[in-house]
Design a binder for this molecule. Structure first.
Ligand code: NAP
Length: 328
């Protein structure tokens, strides 16, 4: 009897055909809630899960007694307790690399849009308020030549820094990352303590994974250290920031603006002031959301799952140890 895969994010026909050639596939192209009875029924039989956006609680894992592997369509794995999966012998795979450049494009577009007030001023034109030449009250600030502080300097952080250093002549600082001598040589980047980065940067960009150590890494104290002219960019996870402290810093003028792709609660709640603040550019978590990249991420997840359930090493395992020497 073939193994069963539960897929709960959109896959294209080719990807579904690939899976169906080897497995029985239960497919939800849009899952409203993990409490959906049909999802629960499929979960109870699944050997493999392919998807994203569902927090895999112990309760959900208990409801999946046959589960062997999860292929997440994401690079971030904060929806899973990796230790818990490992203890249960469940292999987790993710999709690094294929989304790096696209997510860096999103990060850099937030830098540009925030500094040059692109959304605010496009709205001004759309409202018909452009009646005469704009004045200093509508001016933005330069991006080129400024200091870009990267909080986290992994794949995506480096790709953003490359855009800044090589495309815009920006000076790069980085913190909360191990030393990267090659990048220092390539981009003239300098590693420093987080406090120094916060004090010196014109743009502070958070791009660390969400872990117990990075939860609320940027809070009231950190906003106080930033320049009044600083723009804060978050494309990592909302919980990396104390959102109330950020709102206060933005409202009080302690920092100049923010470009945000991620929030404490997603989708943003209607009572959040963030979308209405003129000095905030808020996006609906679109870091990797291009046709090309979402297709590549789904393909990576399908490839990971097919390899894993065939006993071969997947392309991007997160907790290989979960399967001991089962992989070859
Ligand atoms: P990565 O290559 O693993 O880089 C992570 C960076 O954070 C590294 O520089 C790492 O330090 C540093 N870091 C600091 N504290 C850490 C800790 N406690 N644990 C692990 N690393 C820590 O990851 P990436 O591919 O750049 O992705 C980063 C995060 O971006 C993802 O985890 C995800 O949450 C988020 N993301 C968001 C979107 C979106 O749609 N907005 C899209 C993709 C990814 P070292 O250099 O010393 O390893």
């Amino acid at each position: 009897m073939s193994k069963r895969i539960l897929a709960y994010r959109r896959l294209n026909d080719h990807q579904l055909d690939q899976l169906r050639s080897q497995f029985h596939v239960d497919y939800f192209d849009k899952l409203e809630s993990p409490d959906d009875p049909a999802f629960r029924e499929a979960l109870s039989q699944a050997h493999g899960l392919i998807g994203a956006g569902v927090t895999m609680t112990p309760e959900l894992l208990d409801a999946a007694p046959n589960l062997e592997a999860i292929a997440s369509i994401s690079v971030g794995v904060d929806n899973y307790s990796v230790d818990e999966l490992t203890t249960r012998g469940i292999l987790l795979c993710n999709t690094p690399d294929v989304l790096t450049e696209t997510t860096a494009d999103t990060g850099f577009s937030l830098i540009m849009a925030s500094a040059r007030r692109v959304v605010e001023l496009a709205d001004y034109v759309r409202r018909g308020d452009w009646k005469s030449s704009i004045g200093p009250e509508q001016f933005g600030s330069d991006v080129h030549g400024k200091t870009l502080g990267m909080v986290g300097f992994g794949r995506i952080g480096q790709a953003i820094a490359r855009r800044g250093a090589l495309g815009f002549g920006m000076k790069i600082l980085y913190a909360k990352a191990s030393p990267k001598p090659d990048l220092e040589a390539e981009l003239g980047a300098r590693r420093c303590e987080l406090d120094e980065l916060l004090q010196q940067s014109d743009f502070v960009c958070a791009i660390v994974p969400l872990t117990p150590e990075t939860r609320q890494l940027i809070g009231a104290r950190e906003f106080e250290l930033m320049k009044e002219s600083a723009i804060f960019i978050n494309i990592s996870r909302g919980q990396v920031v104390d959102e109330q402290a950020m709102i206060q810093a933005l409202e009080s003028g302690q920092i100049r603006g923010a470009g945000l792709d991620v929030f404490e609660q997603e989708p943003l709640q209607s009572d959040s002031p963030l979308p209405r603040m003129p000095n905030v550019v808020a996006l609906p978590h679109i870091g990797s959301a291009t046709h090309e990249t979402r297709t590549a991420m789904a393909q990576r997840a399908v490839d990971n799952m097919m390899l894993a359930l065939d006993g071969k090493r997947p392309l991007s395992p997160v907790n290989e140890e979960a399967w001991g020497d089962k992989l070859n």
